[in-house]
Design a protein around this ligand. Structure first.
Ligand code: CA
Ligand code: CA
Ligand code: CA
Length: 117
C-alpha cells in the first residue's frame, strides 16, 4: 500500500491518540488501517469522511459542536485554521471541517477514482 501523506489525516490521527512518538512525516500503516474499515487496501471517501467526523467529535473537547483555536491549536496553525474557517467566525463547524478535509482527500486522490491507496 502506498503511503499517503495527508496533512489533516496525519495530524488528526496523531491528535486523537495514535501513538504519538513515531511517524512524524507520513501516515503510518496503522493509521491507514484505521481509516480502511473494509480492509480493501484503499481509503474511499466515505471511510475518510466517517473517520474525520469522529475526529471532529474527539477534538471538540467542550462538546459545543465547533472547534476553536484552542481545541485545534496543536494540529492547525493560524493560517490553516483561517483557511478552514470559511465564514471567518473563529470556529470550525463540522461542515467547514469536512469541506476542508474532503478537499484534501480530492487533492490527494491523483487518480481521481475516489480511493486513496
Ligand atoms: Ca476501504
Ligand atoms: Ca468546541
Ligand atoms: Ca466558521
Amino acid at each position: 500500500m502506498k503511503r499517503v501523506l495527508l496533512l489533516a489525516a496525519l495530524c488528526i490521527a496523531q491528535a486523537i491518540g495514535a501513538s504519538a512518538q513515531n511517524q512524524p512525516a507520513a501516515m503510518s500503516q496503522g493509521q491507514m488501517d484505521r481509516l480502511d474499515r473494509n480492509r480493501n487496501g484503499a481509503v474511499d471517501q466515505s471511510e475518510y469522511e466517517s473517520f474525520m467526523s469522529s475526529a471532529f467529535a474527539s477534538l471538540d473537547k467542550n462538546k459545543d459542536g465547533s472547534l476553536r483555536t484552542e481545541e485545534v491549536g496543536q494540529i492547525l496553525n493560524a493560517q490553516q485554521f483561517a483557511a478552514t474557517d470559511a465564514n471567518r467566525d473563529g470556529r470550525l463547524t463540522l461542515s467547514e471541517f469536512l469541506n476542508r478535509v474532503m478537499a484534501d482527500f480530492k487533492a490527494a486522490d491523483r487518480s481521481g477514482d475516489g480511493n486513496l491507496q
